[in-house]
Design a protein around this ligand. Structure first.
Ligand code: PAF
Length: 300
């Protein structure tokens, strides 16, 4: 692995690779790496000649200042994890894996970008209205990463399900011939979707958190015989009353922000299962626990 901190170094490394016909995989991250990220990097390494992993906490995608300040920054540990992964897979460290760790000034040399992206219906649901400006901020940084690393393929985790739909829309808008590779969620043994935010949960909350996935899995079973609205209501009620039913101590409780059942590609809410016959249906949830906002999905 080679660490690169400047845009100029990155473009020169990837241009040389491109010219010699190499395929490039891009794994954009905000650092605080966990097994979920490592699974993206591993897949990218299997499918490309050169892999760029970016580690950059992008200020313009945070609509909440406190969330930006609290976002974990663990760059040294992250670089160690990448090196260990490389050793595990290849049994050697190579220059075929570039860790791009720019500063904010390096990413945005002309100051904070003011350009605004709009994606229509895919961003007008779920996270979109609750995090104004978030997806535009993601699009700005992802486009810049596309420009700098000229990838053949770009890898994104399905936990941020709506983000994938937004990147798909971005690629259509900017007409870059990049293959978008959505990758499955990696879960802890108890089912909790891995997330950099999990490290902010107290140990009692961490023990409770797998109930989110357990509830979603039960919902997938219910979908065999219940209507969409009934499944939605059951998920929201089950989580909202979980602390009462399970006699939670110290005031811990789930506070669901939304649970939507949507078409897997258009992300528009469906009223009946047959509406998603072509693309499939996905349930997307955001739920607060112990002051931490957790998201997860289930495929129906
Ligand atoms: O999913 C993330 O971690 C971020 O939104 C991304 C894609 C790296 C852009 O900052």
């Amino acid at each position: 692995m080679k660490q690169i901190q400047t845009a100029a170094e990155l473009t020169s490394a990837v241009s040389a690779a491109r010219e010699s016909g190499k395929e490039i995989g891009l794994v954009p991250t905000m650092g605080a790496l966990h097994e979920g990220h490592l699974s993206l990097i591993e897949r990218a390494m299997q499918e490309n000649d050169l892999v760029v992993v970016s580690l950059f906490v992008n200020p313009i995608q945070f609509n909440n200042k406190e969330d930006l300040e609290k976002y974990p920054r663990t760059i040294e540990a992250d670089l160690e994890l990448i090196k260990n992964l490389e050793l595990r897979i290849k049994n050697s460290c190579t220059d075929n894996l570039l860790a791009f760790t720019p500063t904010v000034a390096e990413m945005y040399p002309d100051g904070m970008p003011t350009e605004v992206y709009r994606f229509g219906p895919v961003e007008e649901v779920m996270e979109g209205p609750r995090r104004p400006g978030h997806f535009s901020g993601v699009a700005v940084v992802v486009r810049r990463l596309f420009d700098l690393s000229q990838p053949t393929r770009a890898y994104f985790g399905e936990k941020d399900y709506q983000q994938i739909a937004v990147i798909r829309a971005l690629l259509t808008q900017i007409k870059y011939p990049i293959e978008l590779v959505p990758c499955p969620i990696v879960r802890a043994d108890d089912g909790l979707a891995l997330s950099s935010r999990n490290m902010r949960l107290s140990s009692a909350a961490r023990q409770m958190a797998p109930a989110i996935n357990a509830t979603l899995e039960q919902a997938a079973e219910m979908a065999e015989y219940e209507d969409v609205d009934d499944v939605k209501e059951w998920v929201l009620d089950t989580l909202a009353s979980w602390h009462e039913v399970n006699n939670c101590p110290d005031g811990l409780k789930f506070e669901p922000e939304y649970f939507e059942i949507v078409d897997a590609i258009t992300l528009q809410p469906i009223a009946g299962w047959d509406e998603a016959a072509a693309n499939g249906a996905v349930g997307c949830i955001a739920v607060w626990l112990d002051g931490v906002r957790l998201i997860d999905i289930v495929k129906f």
